[in-house]
Design a protein around this ligand. Structure first.
Ligand code: ADP
Ligand code: MG
Length: 681
């Protein structure tokens, strides 16, 4: 059995289907069997006809009483009807335009029918049910997995393919968790869990399988994070930055007074920097809480102690924005800052690389370009990465490796509750800025439905006429850049032609080339564009002080934490700013969520509410939060299990820091594999 063999060799997969499977991200047998159901349909418990309720989806077992009667209603519509019965009553069953029914349904035979029941004039009927012979049931009589599909691939076909794949591996999957872990935590074996996650005999079966698979995912993540932290803390001798370089010297000369929270985190950072152990710290703070200046002060300390600093941002725009802020504060201390992004001339780049190597440049600020091999430092002492969730652990370690155990500071504006942060950033110490600088204007937030649209548009026009600019964020369609791009284009057309024909409207989406994106963003920054329509690519901390309006279309589709991030794009200058959340839907949860956004501007409160109101099965991915992506675990619902797993993994790592014991062999394999894949954690 070769788990890595091409899925095209699985029974039932022809040249067409292999393409469809590829679309779903299934390339190998392993991918196929790890393609877990998104839901299940209980077709296992038959009801008697007398028991069924109006509107219920249900399984009945009944004998066909009549021949299939065909009736042509009009051109293009034929219906096929039979009467069926069990010991308790009759039911009428109808299919539309399915002539093959006549050959498939035989009078006098017993079938399983699964479908929705309607009561009509005291008669019970079922339309277009799934059915098969009771004596040989394949699609009914059990719990049926439902998979995420793609166009042209049906549930039945995909289910059959996965069944075939499972048959090849059944009982032979090598176990991935140590025996003692399975025992102590009463977990299913891998073979059992894989079989039952696809084809559970009961919902208890399903729960147990899910538990086992989620447990494994979260355990390996925790172990990997703890190991990272251990690697940092143990052997390594980091830099002791000079105690004679006082942060207060620069703090006293800032144009503003730091908040208490900023001073507190700076103290933590200062202590770390003077300590021999390499700093490995996460700096969490709401948008606008003043993280950048904290990193500037840390960089000052590093440079004045004789080292270089590297600041890595996810986009070129952000990097150049940082350059501005750094230069503004640091140039008077004779500290030289440079920008390194990908679209500069070759000559310029060579110059920068040379000066970085010989130590002429003190602070380099850039994008992924900093990760390239030819970027070499004289003595890198501090690494700052901004907006943590855009970078993976591997990228962080690539840049860290350019110094000799430099200190690292990871900044994120994703406010997640502290308990969760402690677990998910187990490899980092955490500092939190939980206070905004004083005299920040509150961003007035209004949640509106369609009937207020005209008034909203008039309001925006008024702001534009006063010289302000507006962002419009498109609904999140799904994690599919192509569809998102399309919806941006459609929305841009509407705004350009119908709503704001007299203003300059432009758009941005993730499918555009970075250069194009940066160009548009620059024009918006320069005030040449009035209204900028985009996907969430603008979510990252770009500063356009003149933008005073944020409109979010279909706000109900976003997570609250993300709405809060988006809102943070406005209110960055002197102008009174507004956030308009256009939403649809009447559900209480939607209304409550909108209410939260209107009431509070506190990111931490919002993220807690977000967790509280987040129902299961919602499609908001964790990606928006910058949290790790799991195949099956759900950080929110599985929080109790995650807490337990944290305790378990701490115990394991305490006893066996490098996972060298024989009993932990499998864990070591899995953790190593995770590092090799460079997976985001
Ligand atoms: P963040 O990166 O946390 O989103 P920034 O560092 O960009 O926030 O800060 C937002 C703005 O607030 C910047 O213009 C910064 O100069 C300013 N700022 C930072 N700290 C303070 C403070 N203590 N008082 C007044 N303004 C501040
Ligand atoms: Mg920022």
């Amino acid at each position: 059995m070769d788990l890595n063999k091409d899925v095209k060799f699985v029974k039932g997969v022809g040249p067409n289907r292999v393409l469809l499977l590829n679309k779903l991200g299934i390339f190998t047998l392993k991918d196929l069997i790890e393609y877990y159901p998104r839901d299940y349909e209980d077709r296992s418990k038959p009801k008697k006809i007398i028991e069924v309720l109006d509107g219920e989806e249900v399984l009945i077992q009944a004998v066909v009483q009549t021949k299939v009667v065909e009736a042509r209603i009009r051109k293009g519509l034929s219906i096929y009807k039979v009467k069926v019965a069990d010991e308790t009553g009759f039911m009428e069953i109808t299919w539309y335009n399915q002539p093959y029914i006549k050959a498939q349904i035989k009078q006098g035979e017993k079938y399983n029918f699964f479908g929705k029941v309607n009561f009509k004039y005291n008669k019970k009927e079922m339309n277009t049910p799934v059915f098969d012979k009771s004596s040989n049931a394949k699609n009914t009589g059990k719990i049926i997995p439902l998979y995420p599909l793609t166009y042209n691939l049906s549930q039945n076909v995909l289910r059959k393919i996965i069944e075939n794949g499972m048959q090849e591996v059944e009982g032979n999957l090598p176990e991935t968790l140590p025996e003692y872990i399975l025992k102590e935590n009463q977990l299913y074996s891998l073979n059992m869990a894989m079989k039952k996650i696809h084809f559970p005999d009961s919902f208890e079966d399903y729960e147990n399988s899910r538990k086992r698979l989620a447990f494994e995912e979260m355990l390996i993540m925790q172990l990997a994070l703890l190991k990272l932290k251990g690697d940092y803390e143990e052997e390594k001798n980091g830099i002791e930055f000079s105690k004679d370089v006082k942060m207060s010297d620069i703090i006293d000369n800032l144009p503003f007074k730091l908040t208490k929270a900023q001073l507190k985190v700076l103290q933590e950072i200062d202590d770390d920097m003077e300590n021999k152990k390499p700093m490995n710290r996460l700096l969490q703070g709401d948008v606008g809480s003043g993280k950048t200046v904290v990193s500037i002060i840390a960089a000052y300390k590093a440079v004045k102690s004789g080292y270089q600093a590297a600041i890595m941002a996810p986009t070129a725009i952000l990097a150049s924005q940082h350059l501005e802020s750094f230069t503004q504060i640091l140039s008077r201390y004779g500290i030289k800052c440079e920008l390194l992004v990908s679209n500069i001339t070759k000559k310029r780049k060579e110059e920068i690389l040379e000066n970085l190597k010989n130590g002429q440049i003190d602070i380099i600020i850039g994008t992924h370009a900093l990760l390239e091999e030819n970027v070499v430092f004289k003595n890198l002492g501090l690494v700052v990465t901004d907006e943590q969730h855009r970078f993976g652990v591997k990228q962080r370690s690539t840049i860290v490796a350019k110094g000799n155990n430099p200190d690292t500071l990871v900044m994120t504006a994703t406010p997640i509750p502290r308990t969760l942060a402690l677990i998910l950033y187990a490899d980092l110490d955490i500092s939190i800025i939980d206070e905004l600088p004083p005299n920040r204007q509150k961003i007035d937030t209004y949640a509106v439905t369609k009937h207020l649209e005209n008034r909203v548009n008039d309001f925006i026009k008024k702001q534009l006429d006063e010289g302000r600019q507006a962002y419009v964020v498109c609904p999140l369609v799904e994690e599919n850049e192509e569809i998102n791009a399309k919806s941006v284009l459609e929305l841009a057309d509407k705004y350009k032609e119908e709503i704001f024909p007299n203003y300059r409207v432009e758009y941005l989406h993730g499918k555009m080339r970075p250069k194009e994106k940066d160009a548009i963003m620059q024009e918006f920054k320069d005030g040449k564009i009035d209204v900028l329509i985009s996907t969430t690519v603008i979510e990252v901390g770009v500063n356009v002080q003149n933008a005073s309006i944020m409109v979010v279309e279909n706000a109900e589709r976003f997570g609250l934490a993300q709405l809060h991030q988006l809102r943070g794009r406005v209110g960055r200058g002197e102008y009174k700013s507004y956030c308009i959340l256009k939403y649809q839907g009447n559900s209480d949860v939607v209304k409550q969520r909108m209410q939260v956004m209107q009431e509070t501007n506190d990111g931490f409160k919002i993220s807690e509410k977000d967790l509280e109101l987040r129902g299961s099965g919602e499609f908001f991915g964790t990606k928006q939060h910058g949290l790790p992506e799991f195949k099956i675990a759900n950080i929110f619902e599985d929080m109790p299990m995650l807490k337990n797993i944290q305790i378990i993994s701490l115990k394991i790592i305490e006893e066996d820091p490098n996972l060298e014991l024989e009993k932990n062999k499998l864990l070591k394999q899995a953790v190593d594999k995770k590092f090799m894949a460079g997976v985001d954690m």
